[in-house]
Design a protein around this ligand. Structure first.
Ligand code: ATP
Ligand code: LTN
Length: 362
């Protein structure tokens, strides 16, 4: 192979001047000359199962509520779902169901781009480039991998190990300023910042360093049966409240939820079961803790659990109704997802082109 000539370097320099992206706390670099533009947010959710009330309270609800504040991009991360074994037919179904459910929760395709990760090949391509600047030591520290891989770490897929780098690619491709997520994803967003920072230092400003947008309340809803563990889509049935659970299932799961032998119904973090249920109750009603505690002063768990079930059922009823309509028209859903991908693909491709150029791919 011949030695590299000066020319590509020059071309690279020129590209740097022309397309330099300066990360700022305020705005997306491409928006630097138009400071009035909104900050961009990106977030993803896996089609690994039907979402639960934790996904809703920790993430989806905020995506919906903040649609007028940000430039929004939301993604059904099907490539991430592949990191653990999936039945192909189920994955296809779950992907469409999840998209329908996000729309039913209030994601508005006019204000938010909603698309499927595998429809934009730049995600996988950028992930490869980022793999090559990410030390394995960083991935070894990721707690989600340790939890998901379980005892037999050697048997976990390489994809599961590499999951956070693909997530970094998702975020960095769109030069997102913020990443609205639940508390469990904090470490992955920090890793994304580290990867962006390392890349920018090595190759010149290329990526915005995003920050995690995590709420104080509800960012970590716990499993109903084991309140010391996070509620998870991949947990056992009685551990979570699915957004599509019918009323009688919701009542049963809440009635069986783990509490403790004390009687008072108060927000006490040392009592994780009742604390978790109270948090769900409070969030669905937008009340203060004091108001909730006053409401149940002198009352028992049975009464509280019945009130909680009523509230969850009432909150999910309109979502389930809209979902049934949307899910009945898969062709329209597919068209909408294709539109979402078409809207953001140019952004992703622009960033990928720049990253390829920066690292020296011709
Ligand atoms: P899985 O069990 O398949 O890994 P998950 O339940 O962790 O799924 P994701 O699709 O990975 O859900 O996450 C979607 C969003 O929901 C993310 O922003 C994540 O941080 C948030 N989230 C997940 N679980 C909770 C929870 N228990 N409480 C609050 N937010 C949560
Ligand atoms: N890792 C996330 C899902 C996810 C994501 C993303 C979230 C994939 N890519 C990009 C925010 C931004 C999870 O397990 N909840």
């Amino acid at each position: 192979m011949s030695a590299p000539t000066k020319a590509p370097e020059k071309a690279e320099k020129k590209a740097t001047v022309k397309r330099a992206i300066k990360p700022t706390e305020q705005a997306h670099p491409a928006q630097a000359s138009q400071p009035a533009k909104r900050e961009r947010v990106f977030s993803g959710i896996q089609p690994s199962n039907i979402p639960h009330i934790g996904n809703y309270l920790g993430a989806i609800r905020h995506w919906v509520a903040e649609q007028d504040r940000y430039d929004n991009i939301y993604c059904v991360v099907d490539l991430h779902a592949l990191t653990i074994p999936q039945d192909p037919a189920e994955l296809r179904q779950n992907t469409r169901n999840l998209a329908a459910l996000l729309l039913a929760c209030g994601i508005d395709p006019k204000r938010s781009a909603l698309f499927v990760q595998s429809h934009i090949s730049a995600h996988a391509e950028l992930a490869w480039i980022l793999n090559c600047v990410t030390p394995t030591g960083w991935l070894n520290r990721m707690t989600q991998f340790k939890v998901k891989a379980g005892e037999d770490r050697e048997a976990a897929s390489t994809g599961l190990y590499d999951y956070p780098v693909l997530m970094a690619a998702d975020i960095l491709l769109y030069q997102a300023d913020g990443v609205p997520v639940g508390d469990d994803q904090r470490q992955h967003v920090e890793l994304t910042r580290d990867i962006a920072n390392t890349f920018n230092h090595r190759f010149g400003e290329t990526f915005v360093e995003p920050r995690a947008l995590i709420r104080e309340v509800g960012a970590r809803i716990m499993a109903l049966d084991e309140p010391d563990k996070k509620m998870s889509k991949s947990g056992a049935e009685p551990s979570y409240l699915s957004l599509l659970d019918p009323p009688e299932v919701i009542r049963k799961k809440i009635a069986r939820a783990t509490t403790d032998s004390q009687r008072t119904i108060v927000f006490d973090e040392s009592r994780p079961g009742i604390y978790n249920l109270l948090t769900i109750y409070q969030m669905l009603g937008d009340e203060s803790r004091e108001q909730v505690e006053t409401e149940f002063a002198g009352k028992g768990y049975k009464e509280f659990k019945a009130a909680l079930a009523d509230r969850v059922i009432a909150a999910l009823e309109p979502i389930q109704r809209r979902y049934a309509e949307l899910a009945s028209d898969p062709a329209q859903l597919d068209a909408l997802l294709a539109e979402g991908a078409a809207r953001v693909r140019p952004l992703a491709e622009q960033t990928l082109r720049l990253a390829k150029e920066r690292v020296g791919l011709i």
